[in-house]
Design a protein around this ligand. Structure first.
Ligand code: GLN
Length: 339
């Protein structure tokens, strides 16, 4: 090899390093990240749109002013604004983590072949969506698919199954979690519709265990108490290939994370999932307790807790704050710099 070839190669390598590094590294300073959170917090603190969910009576009693934002980067740095301590019930955000558990236990095909992995375009507790395709062509993030996913968690007893579900949520959050008993009781007394949904999913052979037991475990999983910090860390664990960036513990198999994020992207905000993806590009999941988590793969997880919801059942402040913060920080995974 001649000296000229060497130096050309050296130059090429140098240029490659020089120009490729900024494309991959997170270039944001802690100050910029904190400023984005503070701005969204202040901007949306006093808005009055939306209303707490009240079809579960206990949710109507939660302070509508509660508002907290947490962003956690994949290197484990935690940023926050507002109330990040007060707990709300996790509600439908739990569906993401039960889906992850079922994928880890039974493979990603198990869910796709049973209830499906497609958006319904219907509200989250739609019975019409079940009837349309005999309990298929839907996904584990709407109630029929979610109760079915819960029924697919392996275990000999109620407690075996429950402990596995709670243990999974705890691995994602990085701390011990408990059920908010008042929320659980309130929903258990009023969940006739979910019981009907589970019975119908059993009639179509999607649920093969006792549908009432599956509904009860599902109701319990929805009542787990979490704060904005917990949800931010759970989201960041998904952003970090299933490894909790704060505890360093692998909470789910890395290879299944893309499938989890795909269902979040298409169905995480129910029938508004498309609008949300259009605005942010982020896989996300909302719950009627007022939380939303969103994931910028490889970069950060973000969560906002604020109970007042819009007509689709998604937190009003959470949607606005997450969209602003992520867009300010370059969180949209579809947005790249041309080479
Ligand atoms: N537990 C609630 C229900 O089943 C969860 C719904 C939600 O958060 N969208 O109705």
């Amino acid at each position: 090899m001649t000296r000229t070839t060497h130096s050309i190669q050296g130059l090429a390598l140098g240029l490659l390093l020089l120009f490729s590094a900024p494309l991959w590294a997170t270039e944001l300073s802690p100050k910029q990240i904190q400023a984005a959170l503070d701005k969204a917090y202040t901007q949306y603190k006093d808005i009055k749109e939306g209303a707490n969910a009240d079809y579960i009576p206990a949710l109507a009693k939660v302070d509508p002013k509660l508002y907290g934002i947490v962003l956690v980067t994949t290197d484990g740095s935690v940023y926050s604004a507002g109330d990040v301590q007060s707990q709300v019930s996790i509600q439908s955000i739990s569906k993401v983590f039960t889906m992850a558990l079922v994928m880890d236990e039974s493979g990603t095909a198990a869910l796709a072949e049973n209830m499906g992995v497609d958006a319904t375009g219907q509200v989250f507790n739609s019975i019409y969506a079940i009837e349309q395709n005999k309990g298929a062509e839907m996904n584990p993030l709407v109630n029929p698919g979610a109760i079915t996913a819960t029924s697919m968690v392996k275990g000999n007893t109620y407690d075996d199954i429950w402990n596995k579900i709670l243990g999974t949520y705890e691995a994602f959050a990085g701390r011990s979690l408990t059920v908010l008993e008042d929320v659980y009781r309130s929903e258990a007394e009023t969940n006739q519709r979910n019981r009907a949904i589970a019975a119908l999913m059993a009639a179509y052979g999607r649920i093969t265990t006792d549908p009432l037991r599956a509904t009860d475990i599902y109701t319990r999983q929805c009542s787990v108490g979490v704060n904005a910090r917990d949800l931010g860390i759970m989201a960041a664990t998904l952003a970090n290939a299933g490894k909790n960036p704060v505890t360093g513990r692998q909470a789910m198999q890395a290879e299944n994370v893309p499938e989890v994020l795909a269902v979040m992207a298409t169905a995480g905000l129910y029938d508004d999932a498309g609008k949300w993806l259009y605005q942010t590009g982020l896989p996300a999941k909302s719950g009627v307790g007022g939380g939303i988590i969103a994931v910028s793969p490889g970069k950060f997880g973000i969560a906002v807790v604020s109970p007042p919801l819009d007509a689709a059942g998604n937190s009003v402040r959470a949607q606005k704050a997450i969209a602003d913060i992520s867009n300010a920080l370059g969180g949209n995974p579809y947005q790249v710099t041309p080479r």
